[in-house]
Design a protein around this ligand. Structure first.
Ligand code: FES
Length: 69
């Protein structure tokens, strides 16, 4: 069974761990979860559109959250 998960955030969360700051992925696309790997930069032009990202990082614009690409 698979699930579609909607992520609206397009940048990481900055979290203090001791005296260091780490960046936690907020976009859902990082290959190094839970940490940000910079992949969120692909999402910066999404604006109000909705996209599906496949495992290779390719994206398809969707009409709604419930339509499969
Ligand atoms: S926030 Fe997801 S890769 Fe940076």
């Amino acid at each position: 069974m698979s699930r579609l998960v909607l992520h609206e955030r397009n940048r990481p969360y900055a979290v203090k761990v001791g005296d260091q700051e780490v960046h936690i992925c907020g976009c859902g696309l990082s290959a190094n979860k839970p940490f940000c790997d910079g992949t969120h930069k692909k999402t910066l032009d999404e604006k109000d559109k909705l996209f599906f990202y496949d495992k290779s990082g390719n994206r398809v614009e969707m009409d709604s959250f419930y339509n499969n690409p």
